[in-house]
Design a protein around this ligand. Sequence first.
Ligand code: ADP
Length: 258
Amino acid sequence: MALERHDPPANGSAKPTTSPFSPDELQRVNKIRRDFVANVSHELKTPATSLKLLAESLEESLDEDPVQARLFAAQLKRETERLANLITDLLDLARLESQERTDYPTLVDVRGVLMTVLSGMRRVARRKDITLQWKRFGKAARYTVHGDETQLTSMFTNLVDNAVKYTPSGGRVEVTGGTEGGEIVISIADTGIGIPEGKLSRIFERFYRVDKARSKATGGTGLGLSIVKHIAENHGGRVTVESVPAEGTTFTVYLPRA
Ligand code: ADP
């Protein structure tokens, strides 16, 4: 999902200007950039290699085995889609990582965002025979944040999508909304495969997957939760996770109320 741009102030005028970043901040941004490039080169190489192999196989089988050629073409299409998703997620994350916490002027109704996300996910859940429920929220006015609607939609889509993705058929995903003091608290709880305790602290790292093969099979990029964490923090909030393997996982997002 494409996100809106919130670039730091441009600093390219001829006249000497003061940098918007302190030396410490500059060092931090530069380190983020270096690590990012190293990770990205590695992650892009694998799909690029498989695209080349598939294109070669397709070329070789075109005349002799058109049925096989068709299979290679379908695989090529899937891998290309995966690479396109990866690039979109990477660009979103790069933008979010370089963005400082923003004071968003726009008021967003988090309840409305969730309703949109849930109705979009209903079909996917039904196809997997997963019950997708939400508990009724209170008055709309209680669920307003200063924020970016596109980012918030992306954050909740990632969490609900993961909950459905990592829950076997016949399971349940429940979304609950409430307020605690000055915060809006949204929980996404599933009855899925869960995450081993030793891995919980790493799942918000970019490209980290508990099970690489499973994540790849479900079209994951390993960037979703990293994007989620940045969006929550850019809104002055946070995200926590609790999980019991083979029982389920609950992600909870806290956002300051406007
Ligand atoms: P991916 O694209 O692989 O889903 P994410 O960043 O969204 O990447 O998630 C990182 C990893 O955290 C996943 O690969 C998966 O192992 C684990 N994970 C995320 N959400 C859940 C969940 N609801 N239940 C079980 N595991 C999860």
